[in-house]
Design a protein around this ligand. Structure first.
Ligand code: PEP
Ligand code: MG
Length: 755
């Protein structure tokens, strides 16, 4: 008989995993502690971790609770061998109620497995990359339920990145140099593009570039240190990293990705610390030894092809800087990212989060890696971000003052004091929260009394705070892909359920619209192995991917439906290009409803199901679509990109990205008319809804529901009160009659708003 255990605690409790680092003396000990934790939570007697070594095609037992400890490092098996090897080969869990009866069961002499009956092996994977296998066993027969399998998968997913780092640290080798950055020639001002609004004034710090700045620790005072100083520095660094992780978990509940554990692991890596200590024994001053070992690791990491693993360069440099800081006590030196404007060729979402936790002031992202998902994330994290092509910025030294006016996309280098004063003054006004709250009205309406819904777009759960503060009427768009982007593997149904439930409970009584996964285009998962695409925006993106990989889609839909039990949620499908796709997506929802009913789970029975209108192919079939969909949500970001053939992430064509292009406006008119005629709500959730300049035009088209980044709610409340629907309709009619962009630009520039 299966016993129902409370698993939800384990899945969320990253703090507990982080805690395991504290008194672990080595990586092996850390893995050992994981096995103890897992046996406790899964209420079983055995947990073992096998690491996969790809060059030898071999799985090696690295830690076990419950089996003979002498088997560690000696029990080895080929991929496909035994049930453990089979789990990795077939990339699926293998569960046996009486393992010994399975002909594929492999018995190892002396391992102490004889008395265990139930067996559950789950592969540890990052996308298709094999990292290892985690196994649990129990003396009782038929002990593990299907729910246990799900939960155990979730645990391995959570641990995959950490275990991968541990493995990587053991198997590093070799080198390759990086090309030098071009020199910035007397540049004073750069016009970039706004990725996330805000202003920052600070000196800069370049991510993932030269390490020469570390030499200052050695230079500073030229003091001699000893081994005890280094031990103390290691301890302090570990404590700081643990604290950072805890802080991050508190602010970013949905992003509990064990971000700093990779760095703690580095400190635990015997190869890393032993190399430093052995240099010290040879007479090298500890700061210099740290620099040399860090440099050596950076060189090794640089050589790795996989861009996700190359990301570890950031970790090793960061650990090096912290160690040096704690060793030499030069906390104020120009080395940390804190209070800096960070310049990066390319950033991963997890980098942005790490930088956020170090209280950076702003980001300058150099094109090539100019991906708007980092920009959207930066907005949620309130970090000003400007995108530019100017590679010369990589040669800025760390003492140069930079003023980032991300509202305008301006980068001022050593700015004129007057310019600086003006920009900072304007920003102070923007940040006056109590002033902003005064702009908010309980029931937003126009000057002639027409009610309008002003909703929030949510990317991270942290956005809920501003959404509630500014009294959003609900969530018009929750981009579910963000928790997917930060992880090292697909989050399980259970993990997703917990995130969505927090979202739904975060705005009691209000309507929450969850959009299904919109991966692809510029939103790439480091672990997905769906193949590189020449033209990802026109590729296997969004609903196309969900409909192709129905296992991922079904897990998400089940999590969404369950999170909606007793609440007001709606499901929104992105990138729908035909009626057929929408009907197919709806039928999969029905299938999930049927499954959940059979399983007697709690879930929402009849959630409204809507369509993102963001592809031009929707416009000609919009009337039929309006019959089928419960609501429309217009995604202008993509609609404009696809109608005008202008890549929304390409700086070079950004001047052609025009929301007020007559074709776009006429398409919007058709969409709104069709929706309203069928009695369906039509809302807008693309960035066009953020811009007060377009509010009267959109109201004039008949839109009465707007969903935007929460920070824009106050100014929209304010603007809304100044507008009458009658005036808006007149303006819209005039604009729709135009066929030239320039004429429409002129009209919009001359719209007069009463004070
Ligand atoms: C849009 O395309 O307008 C939209 C809201 O979706 P995303 O920006 O996430 O593609
Ligand atoms: Mg879109």
């Amino acid at each position: 008989m299966f016993i129902k255990r409370d698993h939800t605690k384990l899945i969320c409790d990253v703090g507990e995993i982080t805690g395991l680092f504290h008194d672990a003396l080595s990586m092996e000990e850390f893995l050992q502690k994981i096995t103890v934790m897992v046996t406790r939570h899964m209420e079983c007697e055995v947990c073992s971790i096998y690491i996969y070594y790809a060059d030898q095609h071999e799985l090696v037992l690295k830690a076990t609770k419950g089996l003979n400890p002498d088997s560690v490092n000696t029990v080895k098996m080929k991929i496909g061998e035994g049930l453990t090897g089979q789990a990795l080969k077939e990339k699926r869990p293998i569960c046996e109620g009486q393992a010994k009866n399975n002909p594929n069961f492999r018995f190892f002499q002396g391992i102490g497995e004889e008395k265990f009956e139930s067996f559950l092996a789950v592969p540890i994977l990052r996308g298709s990359v094999e990292i290892g296998v985690m196994v649990i066993q129990s003396e009782k027969k038929d002990y593990f339920s299907s729910e246990d399998i799900q939960v155990f998968r979730a645990i391995t997913t959570q641990l995959a990145a950490t275990i991968e780092t541990a493995r990587l640290l053991i198997t590093l080798n070799d080198k390759k140099e990086k090309p030098a950055a071009p020199v910035l020639q007397n540049l004073k001002f750069i016009q970039g593009r706004c990725g996330s609004e805000g202003v920052a004034f600070a000196t800069t710090m370049i991510v993932n570039e030269s390490l020469t700045d570390m030499q200052q620790y050695v230079a500073a005072g030229g003091k001699q240190y000893n081994e005890t100083d280094l031990h103390r520095a290691i301890e302090e660094t570990e404590r700081q990293l643990g604290a950072l992780q805890v802080k991050l978990e508190a602010t970013l509940l949905d992003m509990t990705a064990l971000i700093f554990t990779a760095q703690i692991l580095m400190l635990k890596d015997k190869g890393f610390t032993d190399s430093i200590f052995s240099m010290i024994k040879r007479g090298v001053n500890p700061p210099q030894a740290v620099i040399e070992v860090v440099n050596d690791y950076v060189t090794k990491f640089t050589r790795i092809e996989d861009s996700y693993l190359r990301e570890k360069i950031y970790d090793v440099k960061d650990v090096g800087r912290r160690l040096l800081e704690n060793l030499t006590g030069h906390a104020q030196a120009q080395h940390d990212y804190q209070d800096k404007i960070v310049i990066a060729r390319e950033l991963f979402p997890s980098d942005a989060l790490k930088l956020f936790s170090q209280k950076i002031k702003g980001i300058i992202l150099l094109s090539g890696g100019a991906t708007s998902h980092v920009a959207i994330l930066a907005r949620s994290l309130n970090i000003p971000l400007v995108v530019t092509n100017e590679l010369g910025l990589l040669s800025l030294d760390s003492t140069t003052d930079v003023l980032l006016d991300a509202y305008m996309g301006y980068i001022h280098i050593n700015p004129d004091p007057l310019v600086k004063a003006k920009v900072l003054q304007r920003e102070e006004l923007n940040h006056n929260i109590s002033g902003l709250k005064k702009m908010i009205r309980e029931h937003p309406r126009t000057s002639d009394g027409v009610g309008v819904k002003l909703m929030a777009n949510i990317n991270l759960l942290g956005d809920l705070k501003a959404a509630n503060e500014f009294k959003a009427d609900g969530v018009g768009l929750y981009r579910t892909e963000f928790p997917f982007m930060i992880r090292s593997n697909f989050p399980s149904e259970e993990e997703q359920y917990l995130i969505y439930r927090r979202l739904v409970e975060g705005m009691p009584g209000k309507e929450i619209t969850l959009r299904t996964l919109d991966i692809g285009g510029d939103k790439i998962l480091s672990y997905s192995d769906y193949g590189k695409e020449e033209n990802p925006f026109l590729g296997l993106r969004s609903i196309r991917l969900s409909l192709k990989h129905t296992d991922v889609f079904i897990a998400q839909l089940r999590a969404i439906l369950r999170s909606g039990a007793g609440k007001r949620i709606r499901i929104l499908f992105p990138m729908i290009s035909s009626l057929d796709e929408f009907l197919q997506a709806k039928s999969i929802v029905q299938e999930c409803i049927h499954q959940l009913k059979t399983e007697r789970k709690e879930f929402i029975q009849n959630p409204p199901m809507g369509v993102m209108i963001e592809l031009p192919s929707m416009v000609e079939i919009i009337d039929e679509m309006a019959q089928e969909a419960d609501f429309f949500s217009i995604g202008t970001n993509d609609l404009i990109q696809y109608m005008l053939a202008v890549d929304r992430t390409n700086d070079r064509v950004s001047q052609m990205y025009l929301p007020h292009h007559p074709s776009v406006l006429r398409a919007l008119k058709k969409i709104v008319d069709a929706g309203l005629k069928a009695g369906k709500e039509v809302s807008i959730c693309g960035d066009m809804a953020n811009d007060p300049k377009y509010l009267s035009l959109l109201l004039g088209l008949g839109i009465r529901c707007f969903s935007m980044d929460a920070r824009y709610l106050p100014r929209m409340h304010e603007r809304l009160r100044q507008l009458s629907i009658k005036e808006c309709e007149k303006l819209t009619q005039e604009i729709l009659a135009q066929s030239q962009i320039s004429r429409i630009t002129q009209i919009l520039e001359h719209v007069h708003y009463p004070a």
